[in-house]
Design a protein around this ligand. Sequence first.
Ligand code: 5GP
Length: 120
Amino acid sequence: MEYAYDDQNIFAKILRGEIPNKTVYENDHALAFEDIAPQAPVHVLVIPKGPYMSLDHFARDASPEEQAGFFQAVASVCEMSDLAEGFRGISNTRAHGVQEVPHYHMHILGGRPLGRMLQP
Ligand code: 5GP
């Protein structure tokens, strides 16, 4: 699979500081910030700082350090948010996954019962 990263996507602009965000956590390899249109009391997006389009792209091509940094950010967001009752991590991917922003991100959603994973 060929991945053609578009550096004009909105999360690339956030990473470059061209668009403001409400940062909740940052390390060398990842940034976590509040979703602009929250779907639950907790709705944080965790993104790698590198140019990866999707979960499969990141899993294939990101270095071990980038992957560790990303998941360390996920762990920190979970720890600092009110998620003891549980949460959902979602990575929508391409057309069938209804991915709107072509920079890999994991939604961390929680703070209320979320219902079943997929509509019947
Ligand atoms: P996707 O559909 O790609 O999985 O999710 C993209 C998410 O990015 C959506 O939940 C949307 O609300 C969020 N989003 C889009 N533009 C912005 C923005 O400029 N700032 C922030 N914080 N979130 C955004």
